[in-house]
Design a binder for this molecule. Structure first.
Ligand SMILES: C[S@@+](CC[C@H](N)C(=O)[O-])C[C@H]1O[C@@H](n2cnc3c(N)ncnc32)[C@H](O)[C@@H]1O
Length: 380
């Protein structure tokens, strides 16, 4: 086993949530903008990919160094131990970005990194001819920021939000990673009712069900590093089997997913069935103003329309008012609403207990939290 420097990448605003998940897997973290850094071996790579619900990707840091010229970039890249990870037939596309740095031509940086790795592999594997790149894939990135180059290899492949269950979607689906974060930022516990009144394609409710039964979010998909010789196949099998035994399929859940749009409810149902959670979520066509609950101390998480589209604003504002009135009847429930609407609290009729700045893709939003009353303490 080798120890690698790893990065779990996070959407802006979700760093603390991702860091907590990485810590829960047993690793010490340091956090920078959009990056959670930690150290771990091959098993850490497998476990991170399979278990992280809110990270975008998991990457290996191959090297980090100051760079001011193409010669330096070439030599320092070539000096890194690429041959310890990449086999002679590795396919390795190089992508790049450069921010506030002397080396600003990204295509040139990519070409130089590529050439340096080719040279390194040719000399390590004693190849005179070209490398045919017919083997497993290694997506390499050269990122230069303030003249510091970071070379990484992606271990995830498709972003971790691609869980594999979304067979259908509506107009503005949430990323699965963001939906999981919205659930994790609440006080929901699996023994309490949960309701998404704007379910769209069902992402929030499905992520809640996965969390509620402790099902690994990556159980239904593959990862690019499964092809790599450095990670034994049986390690993937072992971690998958462990995940299977850690899932708590007997945990009863009371999760509701409703939407005004009949066709969205059907799509959400299909996605839940694809995730293997069809029986766990109760779907219904319903307007938010008709919200009712038969139990206390539940949690609502909602991603309503933000009213940004032309012609939509007035209807959305009326709906926010009606939502506030409907939810007000349930003081024991906690309500969490994500929106970019600047007057949300006014329209809803109440200032939030707390709000948190989040980015839904490129849209700056607030996550408005209205905490419900606490259940009475049990007499002992
Ligand atoms: C931004 S989308 C939700 C996307 C969802 N989170 C997903 O991942 O697919 C907003 C949803 O709210 C629904 N909606 C709009 N007005 C509503 C209302 N008054 N009551 C309930 N649902 C409503 C829309 O049909 C739409 O599906």
């Amino acid at each position: 086993m080798t120890t690698y420097k790893l990065i779990a990448t996070a959407a802006m605003g979700l760093e603390a949530v991702v860091a907590k998940e990485v810590q829960n897997l047993g690793y010490k973290t340091t956090v920078e903008n959009g990056k959670i850094m930690y150290e771990g071996d091959e098993e850490a790579i497998v476990r991170s990919n399979l278990w992280l619900r809110t990270a975008d990707r998991v990457k290996i840091v191959m090297g980090e160094f100051k760079v001011y010229s193409f010669d330096q970039l070439f030599e320092q890249t070539k000096a890194l131990p690429w041959d310890q990870l990449l086999p002679v037939d590795a396919a390795f596309p190089v992508s790049g970005k450069s921010i506030k740095s002397q080396l600003y031509s990204v295509p040139d940086c990519q070409a130089i990194v590529k050439k340096a790795i080719v040279e390194k592999l040719k000399s390590s594997y004693k190849r005179m001819s070209f490398l045919d790149e017919s083997g497993p894939s290694y997506k390499i990135e050269i990122a230069i920021r303030n003249d510091v180059a970071t070379l990484t290899i992606d271990t995830s492949g498709a972003g971790l939000h691609k869980r594999g269950y979304r067979v259908g979607q509506g107009e503005a689906p949430l990323k699965e990673t963001m939906a999981a974060a919205l659930v994790q930022l609440t006080n929901w516990r699996p023994d309490r009712p949960f309701h998404d009144p704007f379910c769209g394609s069902g992402t929030i409710a499905i992520e809640a069900a996965l969390i509620g039964q402790n099902i690994a979010p990556g159980f239904n998909r593959d990862f690019i590093s499964e092809e790599w010789p450095i990670i034994p196949k049986d390690l993937w099998d072992k971690v998958r089997l462990e995940a299977e035994s850690q899932a708590n399929y007997d945990q009863p859940l009371e999760i509701y997913a409703t939407d005004i749009d009949h066709s969205m409810v059907e799509i959400a149902k299909e996605n839940a069935i694809e995730a293997g959670l069809g029986d766990l979520i109760q779907f219904k066509q319903m307007q938010v103003k008709d919200f009712t609950a038969s139990r206390d101390y539940g949690v609502i998480v909602g991603n309503p329309p933000y009213g940004e589209r032309i012609g939509e604003e007035e209807a959305v504002e009326t709906m926010y008012r009606e939502m506030g009135e409907a939810f007000e009847k349930y003081p024991t429930w906690s309500k969490y609403i994500i929106t970019s609407h600047p007057s949300f609290e006014n329209l809803y009729g109440k200032p939030a207990t707390k709000k948190r700045k989040l980015f839904n893709g490129f849209i700056r939003t607030d996550y408005y939290q209205y905490w419900g009353t606490r259940p009475p303490r049990k007499e002992s």
